[in-house]
Design a protein around this ligand. Structure first.
Ligand code: ATP
Ligand code: MN
Length: 311
């Protein structure tokens, strides 16, 4: 297992358990046995990554994967306000999801430290913002490799998916999932409803599975997918979610879902390549933001694209 910077605090050094004006309780609790990372390390990671992660959270319902005892303990996925109050959390108007407690937004470094304080490890997001919740602002392709696939095959699959999107005239942005696969994100103008985006993404997935059947499948739970990539397009439904860029994952080593420039893909060796111990150095060392153009890219799904996909 990797050695990470967070293990190097000399014994006897008092932990400063205030992060972004939030008091972190049980700061020394080890939340990941593999790396020895503590709850305080998690809070500090989110404080450090805040300028990078917050643009992806602004005005957007956020869902929390909480594991208060650490990644080996009980975990739960929280979509609505619970009983515990979270420092800095903003609550959306009830009308956004009328049958439930309010949806939540994390929009400051203070709130990011606040979610770490309540044992939240992963942040997942809706593909639409609250002001136009019926019009997604991105389309996500989740490439899930079958268990037998070597990493080189998932890299190739991501390039093939990008190539099809390029042919259609759609720019895509790449991130590791922090788990096993890669995510391609296509920023959209907020013109199309959820059904339109789901239909379009299904057509993309099926096109890949039809034209490159050795490599791709678009059928969930396909028993024979051992050597194939399942392209999960169902992330593009109204109540689905995707792990946020720069979110930590509740998996051994605390990997981070990491935005990449396409030309970095050659040098990436796994979907869990960066973790909370190394991501801050990556951020500090980057000459430019790998997703620099993300928020300036607003694309429409046109009739001619649909024709190309046989829709
Ligand atoms: P990998 O590369 O390993 O596939 P991933 O992020 O693509 O990583 P998962 O970690 O399996 O995939 O995440 C599953 C999806 O379901 C995520 O998009 C997440 O937002 C959502 N999700 C996760 N847990 C829950 C839950 N308990 N309830 C509802 N949705 C969930
Ligand atoms: Mn996946």
């Amino acid at each position: 297992m990797h050695l990470s910077t967070h293990q190097k605090r000399p014994a006897g050094t008092p932990a400063l358990n205030r992060v972004e004006a939030v008091t972190i309780t049980h700061p020394e609790r080890v939340i990941d046995a593999a790396s020895g990372a503590t709850k305080l390390d998690l809070a500090r990671y989110y404080a450090c990554a805040a300028p990078h992660i917050l643009p992806f959270l602004r005005n957007r319902p956020v869902y929390l994967l909480r594991a208060p005892e650490g990644i080996d303990g009980e975990r739960f996925f929280q979509k609505h306000r619970g009983r515990m109050s979270i420092p800095g959390m903003r609550l959306f108007d009830r009308s956004l999801d009328p049958d439930h407690a309010p949806l939540m937004a994390v929009e400051s470094a203070h709130a990011l430290a606040g979610v770490a304080q309540i044992g939240c490890i992963e942040l997942h997001v809706c593909s639409a913002t609250a002001d136009r919740i019926d019009r997604p602002d991105c389309m996500v392709f989740d490439l899930d490799p079958g268990p037998e696939l070597p990493w080189s095959a998932i890299v190739k699959g991501a390039r093939q998916t990008r190539a099809l999107l390029d042919e259609l005239g759609l720019r895509s942005f790449l991130k590791t999932s922090g788990g096993k696969g890669l995510h391609l994100v296509v920023p959209l103008a907020r013109r199309h409803d959820w059904d339109a985006v789901t239909d379009f993404s299904r057509a993309v997935a099926r096109h890949l599975a039809d034209t490159q059947p050795q490599e791709f499948t678009a059928i969930m739970g396909n028993e024979n997918r051992g050597g194939k990539i399942y392209i999960d397009y169902l992330r593009n439904q109204r109540h689905a979610s995707t792990v946020a860029p720069y979110s930590v994952r509740a998996r051994p080593g605390l990997p981070v879902a990491t935005p990449l420039a396409w030309d970095e893909l050659n040098h990436v060796t796994s979907a869990a390549m960066w973790h909370i111990g190394t991501l801050p150095d990556r951020l500090a060392g980057l000459a430019r933001d790998p997703w620099e153009d993300y928020f300036n890219t607003r694309q429409r799904l046109s009739v001619s694209m649909k024709k190309q996909l046989g829709m």
